[in-house]
Design a protein around this ligand. Structure first.
Ligand SMILES: Nc1nc2c(ncn2[C@@H]2O[C@H](COP(=O)(O)OP(=O)(O)OP(=O)(O)O)[C@@H](O)[C@H]2O)c(=O)[nH]1
Ligand SMILES: [Mg+2]
Length: 363
């Protein structure tokens, strides 16, 4: 499951977005303790809906994304370093920075003016500063340990990579911009650096700017920033979307059409998150349950099985795979088998987006 942490300056719309994504009724209180509220959003997927119409299973289980929102400010006043103390943020796969673009005089901005490019840069600097603190503390320790342990090759390697991180951070570059090989990346994973996490800028637009949502990045002056590695942006108007969420389906569709919105904010934010992280979906189907699962691109069949259960991963024998569009066109798995569209794949098969899989495993 994908896990994302919502960060941003006070009154940028984090909680509004959190409520929108997770349909949470109770909002985390502003200015409260530094404690994360965690909510789960169901990933909308038309393909799963179609499969369910086909199989009519007892259960229909969409993939889910977990979002964390903080009661109280994240960033600015307290500094992003505080995020490192909160597991839901430390362990997040991605950070969603909610950037204020709406201009509502009744909701003053802590910095006195609405300036998205400034906020994005300030937050980036905070993430960098928080990571720099971690790197420096670890490097100090390493130096002492190296003196004691003599020439430990492993410690030396760690020192080397951390020194490269320090150099980048001191230049104001985030760790996600560092092009690290597999081994180095593995060495750093344990530190859970904030600036190494993929970053999605959620541009919280003013209602008046909704018709120009396609140009939100330019409006915010963020063209250069989003050229950075593992960095994306998605426009949204949290307030309007919350209003739409209160309407029944027919009214919501009409209202969205009026505003020129083709898909809901929830769809857009989740799709952008998947895109950013390179996540794909595969499906399992049957009489009991149809279900969507999320995995990183390039996951092997055996590891994909582990997403369902470690027993299935361990006892993996083979995967029976059919493409979603084949199954939808034929209507049944038996018909796909007859036409040679049901393939048997081994543990090293790379699962593709939209694969419908039945895992054979020893128990
Ligand atoms: N006009 C307008 N107001 C918004 C929008 N999004 C949020 N707000 C309002 O701005 C205020 C702050 O929104 P929150 O979602 O609580 O902001 P937050 O980032 O969680 O704030 P803290 O938790 O205090 O850091 C609320 O009164 C919202 O109703 C928007 O898109 N347009
Ligand atoms: Mg809040």
């Amino acid at each position: 499951m994908l896990r994302a942490g919502l960060i941003g300056f006070p009154a940028s719309g984090k909680t509004a977005l959190f409520q929108l994504l997770t349909s949470a009724r109770e909002a985390p209180r502003s200015g409260g303790k530094q404690e994360a509220h965690v909510g789960v959003a169901r990933v909308p997927d038309e393909r799963l809906d179609r499969l369910t119409a086909l199989f009519n299973p007892k259960k229909h289980v969409p993939a889910t994304v977990e979002f964390a929102d903080m009661g109280g400010a994240t960033g600015a006043k307290t500094g992003a370093a505080a995020l490192l103390d909160v597991a839901a943020f430390r362990n997040a796969d991605a950070l969603l920075h909610v950037v204020r673009m709406f201009r509502d005089p009744s909701v003053p901005h802590a910095a006195g003016s609405v300036d998205p490019a400034r906020d994005v840069r300030t937050m980036e600097d905070e993430l960098i500063l928080a990571d720099l603190g971690v790197v420096e503390r670890r490097l100090e320790r390493l130096e002492r340990d190296l003196k004691k342990a003599g020439n430990s090759a492993e410690l030396k390697k760690e020192q080397d990579i951390l020194q490269r991180c320090r150099a980048a951070l001191e230049e104001g570059r985030p760790l996600r911009a560092l092009d690290l090989g597999g081994d180095d990346a593995k060495r750093l994973r344990g530190f859970q650096f904030l600036s190494a996490k993929p970053l999605l800028l959620v541009l919280n637009l003013d209602e008046a700017e909704l018709p120009r949502a396609d140009r939100a990045v330019e409006l915010a002056g963020l063209q250069d920033f989003i050229k950075g590695a593992a960095t994306r942006a998605v426009p949204i108007c949290a307030k309007i979307e919350l209003e739409i969420a209160q309407l029944d389906e027919a009214d919501a569709t009409a209202f969205m059409a009026d505003l020129g919105l083709r898909e809901s904010g929830l769809d857009r934010v989740i799709r952008a998150s998947y895109d950013l992280l390179g996540y794909i979906s595969f499906f399992t189907v049957g009489e009991d349950e149809n279900r969507a699962w999320s995995i990183p691109r390039d996951t092997t069949a055996q590891n994909a099985a582990g997403e369902i259960h470690t027993d299935i991963q361990r006892g993996f024998i083979r995967a029976e795979v059919v493409r979603y569009d084949h199954l939808l066109a034929r209507g049944t798995l038996a018909a796909c088998r007859e036409h040679g569209e049901l393939r048997l794949e081994g543990k090293d098969y790379i699962v593709l987006d939209g694969d419908v899989i039945n895992f054979r495993h020893a128990t």
